[in-house]
Design a protein around this ligand. Structure first.
Ligand SMILES: [Zn+2]
Length: 76
């Protein structure tokens, strides 16, 4: 899934914080402290960042295979 642009519950803007959050966690910061540093205080917004899963890289091979089948004219 792509990074969340807004919180589904309260509508707060989160799209600009997801990359920063991942960078902080990659440097070894605790996820809860990274969320605090970015100013994400509400539970609904915190779950948006914490529960996001980058599925695009796992789904991409299937999309490419489907595109190849479509190019050959086969039914999927
Ligand atoms: Zn929220």
């Amino acid at each position: 899934m792509l990074s969340p642009i807004r919180c589904f519950s309260c509508g707060a803007l989160l799209g600009d914080k997801y990359e920063k959050f991942n960078a902080l966690v990659a440097k070894g910061m605790e996820p809860s402290k990274a969320l605090d540093k970015l100013g994400i205080k509400r539970y609904c917004c915190r779950r948006m960042i914490l529960s996001n899963f980058e599925a695009i890289n796992k789904m991409l091979p299937y999309a490419e295979a489907a595109a190849l089948l479509n190019d050959k004219g086969d039914e999927i």
